[in-house]
Design a protein around this ligand. Structure first.
Ligand code: CU
Length: 178
């Protein structure tokens, strides 16, 4: 049998060209998927807030959410305890406002970054809570003072675990003079 270089070339080229076309199609599909994922994530996340009409720190928290890219729907209600009960957030974790976002409940002055982490990691849980109204949490600013506070992850049985911890912060101390 006579060996012909052309035959070898032809038989080697065809499959590799097919592989290249398949690889190109795959790359295009991956690019399209990435673009659509980006398009989805650039849509503002809707968060629905339940607060009383006169609550100033609630309004400041709403502003904090908007500044961090959330689309906020505000519902002024007569009693936020009723909203908490409807959303299933135990009263012992209660604060001045409650909210619903992406299938979770968010109670109190929770930092927007923690809500984003919740939505990105999607743990099995009821949601997050910052009980009470710690000074220095978003919407509760008082100069540079910040009391230590924790963001709690509340599971569906009402058990809590620490989701994030914020240490206390004070205004920079003046240099001591001796
Ligand atoms: Cu408040």
């Amino acid at each position: 049998m006579k060996y012909t270089p052309e035959d070898q070339t032809a038989s080697a080229t065809a499959p590799s060209r097919r592989r290249f076309v398949l690889a190109l199609a795959g790359a295009l599909a991956a690019g399209a998927a990435t673009r659509s994922a980006l398009a989805t994530s650039s849509q503002p996340q809707l968060i629905e807030v339940f607060k009383t009409a006169t609550c100033g720190c609630c309004g400041a928290w709403v502003d904090h959410l908007k500044a961090n890219g959330f689309q906020v729907k505000v519902n002024d209600v007569a009693d936020t305890a009723v909203s908490r009960k409807q959303l299933g957030m135990p009263e012992k974790f209660g604060s001045c406002h409650t909210a619903r976002v992406g299938g979770y409940v968010v109670e109190g002055h929770v930092p927007a970054l923690d809500i984003k982490r919740l939505l990105a990691t999607r743990p099995v849980a009821l949601g997050l809570a910052v009980p009470g109204m710690p000074v220095g949490s978003p919407g509760m600013e008082d100069g540079s003072r910040r009391d230590a506070f924790q963001v709690l992850l509340i599971d569906r049985r009402g058990q809590d675990s620490v989701f994030a911890s914020y240490p206390a912060a004070r205004a920079a101390a003046k240099p001591a003079r001796t």
